[in-house]
Design a protein around this ligand. Structure first.
Ligand SMILES: *Cc1c(COP(=O)(O)O)cnc(C)c1O
Length: 360
């Protein structure tokens, strides 16, 4: 067996310890006589699995009791529709801070349901930073403000929570959840597809302030109604049982590691190693404003498309894979989520050094 260092933006690397445990439990989970995949989602043993996953996440993120944790399907993308359907119902208007493709998609979907006001945008500067807080122009009559905390494609990230006053703040944290500490009580909804920093694809986590349920229209289709999923404790229909089980194993791994404070420390260390190297390199350059650089998705380039392609190809031969940038952003991107060990980042830097010296 030869496992590579996988810098994929998602689905992404998982902790090896978790994969080993899952493989040990593949044929029989506990003394259930079967795999988690084969269990009824209504069985007591599965209920334990989902309840434990929820309580571990609550503990890790310090989620207040007035928030629900929902395990849903449809990816983060369905939330671009589900959130407006459920809570853009008072003035039928929302504010969105546009920081790239993931907020543009949210804008496109929200516009099908109500009015969207762009509260700020960094489109004019190729999304190379988060708009400055002095640029935020929130509407007094918006039902909420939507933002994307970490922009997976460009490698930008918020460094402080925008002050939206009374407006609930909705955050797409698909690529940053569990990477650093967040004060959950400052948000109305935090949502994240699991396949970046949590577990396998198939489950989407929605952390929601229960006050927002008051706004949900009675006639919403059940599968699209947060309140229905809440009342059924995410078991309204068959949930993605195995993905939730694996997410639970990742939560356990994180807790054992020392929780969010510990992983945040490690993530800062990994980010600093890589950014320091890029900042001092004569070949590689980052093009993201230093004040808004992501610890999860590090983007850079040699300045030449051909050289970038060669780098990605050569890196792959060394077991450093999936370093090509997103097709819309180009360049090189190293996604270094929680499960990417420091050693992986060091191996990448060693290879970058070699490439820099031996480049054609
Ligand atoms: C990947 C990603 C999405 C889309 O997630 P799906 O689960 O594929 O719908 C949305 N937002 C962000 C920030 C992402 O990184």
């Amino acid at each position: 067996m030869s496992r590579v260092y996988n810098f994929s933006a998602g689905p992404a690397v998982l902790p090896e310890e978790v994969l080993i445990q899952a493989s040990n439990e593949m044929l029989e989970f506990g003394s259930s006589g079967m795999s988690v995949m084969e269990m009824s989602h209504r069985s007591a043993v599965y209920e334990n699995i989902i309840n434990e996953a929820e309580s571990l996440l609550r503990e890790l993120m310090n989620i207040p009791d007035n928030y629900d944790v929902l395990f849903l399907q449809g990816g983060a993308s369905l939330q671009f529709t589900m959130i407006p359907m459920n809570i853009m119902t008072v003035n039928k208007k929302c504010d969105i801070i546009n920081t790239g493709i993931w907020t543009q998609k949210a804008i496109t979907e929200a516009e099908k349901i109500g009015k969207v006001h762009i509260a700020a945008s960094s489109e004019g500067i190729n999304f190379s930073r988060i708009p400055d807080k002095s640029e935020f122009n929130f509407s007094s009559d918006a039902d909420y403000v939507h933002l994307c905390w970490n922009n997976t494609i460009y490698g930008t990230c918020y460094k402080e929570i925008p002050d939206t006053g009374k407006l609930p703040l909705i955050a797409d944290m698909s690529s940053s959840i569990l990477s650093e500490n967040y004060d959950v009580s400052k948000f109305g909804i935090i949502f994240a597809g699991a396949q970046k920093n949590i577990g396998p694809a198939g489950v989407t986590i929605v952390i929601i302030d229960k006050d927002l349920y008051q706004r949900i229209p009675e006639n919403l289709p059940s599968m699209l109604n947060f309140k229905v999923h809440s009342a059924a404790r995410s078991l309204f229909n068959t949930p993605p049982t195995y993905s939730i089980y694996l997410a639970g194993l990742v939560f356990k791994w994180l807790k054992k590691l020392g929780g969010i404070n510990a992983i945040e420390q490690i993530n800062r260390e990994k980010g600093a190693l890589l950014y320091d190297f890029i900042d001092n390199s004569s070949l590689f350059k980052g093009n993201i404003d230093k004040d808004f650089r992501s610890m999860m998705n590090v983007t850079f380039s040699t300045g030449s498309e051909d050289m970038d392609t060669l780098f990605v190809k050569e890196a792959e031969k060394e077991g450093l894979v999936n370093l090509q940038g997103h097709k819309n952003a180009g360049g090189i991107r190293a996604s270094i989520y929680n499960a990417m060990p420091v050693k992986g980042v060091e191996a990448l830097i060693d290879f970058m050094k070699k490439f820099e010296i031996n480049r054609p």
